[in-house]
Write a protein of this length. Structure first.
Length: 135
């Protein structure tokens, strides 16, 4: 991990250890992370220290940057999704069903999909008359 949070403020070695422990072995438990990072004290003191650590903008920034870095590859961006679907839609080597499905998904993603409607040529009177016959 870089010695900082991406905005130029460096973390101390203990702060770095806290961030790593918080996101690792402590699984988000600040009190455990403080203890694993080498801070001393009873449970109450460690809890207060954890609260103070998590309130520091540079530590929150380092935690958030690390989380974002880990999550980024797992989630496709809107642009990436659109690029993949557009590639399938435009690729002549894909069968027509795959290309149409890709176009349909793109339209859904952009709110331009249509809902199938079953149109009837029957009049309201005919529908009512048919419903009365069943009784």
């Amino acid at each position: 991990m870089a010695n900082g949070n991406g905005n130029g403020h460096k973390l101390t070695p203990k702060e770095q250890a806290f961030v790593l422990a918080y996101l690792g072995a402590a699984k988000g438990n600040g009190t455990q992370a403080v203890q694993l990072a080498g801070y001393a004290g009873n449970r109450k003191v460690l809890g207060v220290t954890a609260t103070r650590m998590l309130a520091k903008p540079r530590i929150r920034g380092a935690i958030n940057a690390r989380i974002e870095k880990v999550q980024r590859p797992a989630i496709a961006s809107f642009e990436e999704r659109d690029e993949i679907l557009s590639g399938i839609m435009r690729n002549q080597n894909h069968d027509i069903y795959a290309r149409v499905a890709a176009a349909r998904e793109l339209n859904k993603c952009h709110g331009r999909h249509s809902i199938k409607m079953i149109h009837s040529t029957r009049t309201l009177e005919q529908i009512l008359a048919e419903s009365w016959k069943d009784e």
